[in-house]
Design a protein around this ligand. Sequence first.
Ligand SMILES: COc1ccc(C(=O)NC2CCC2)cc1-c1cc(C(C)=O)n2cccnc12
Length: 121
Amino acid sequence: CVLKASQKRRPLSRLLEQLLRNLEKRDPHQFFAWPVNDNFAPGYSTIIKKPMDFSTMKQKIDDNEYKSLNCFISDFKLMCNNAMKYNKPGTVYHKAARRLLHAGLKQLTPQKLRPLGDILT
Ligand SMILES: COc1ccc(C(=O)NC2CCC2)cc1-c1cc(C(C)=O)n2cccnc12
């Protein structure tokens, strides 16, 4: 039988794409969808040494840069922590990052991931 293009992807890539889609749902304002622009965030690129956003994570999945789930989770945490570092507590972005991190890590617990079986081993 002929596999559809999506089925030809590596199992890890397909899993990470699914996890990414679920994480993106927790960012309704799309504050994390694209790299933060210094014009809207003065001094961002001097304060945040390793920027990260969902579009960059998607590109890394497509380029097979993630060798494990943990590398993917590290970038997700980096993205949220960047926002909590640059933006003061109480700002819309700091609050959004804290909520996204909390909701996202709940989706990435072993209990939630175990049903996905030995893809992760
Ligand atoms: C891709 O980044 C963005 C895209 C759109 C918006 C946005 O629509 N902001 C409107 C809500 C009040 C203006 C904000 C951001 C944004 C994210 C962030 C983060 C994630 O730190 N940020 C920080 C300072 C200023 N703007 C932002």
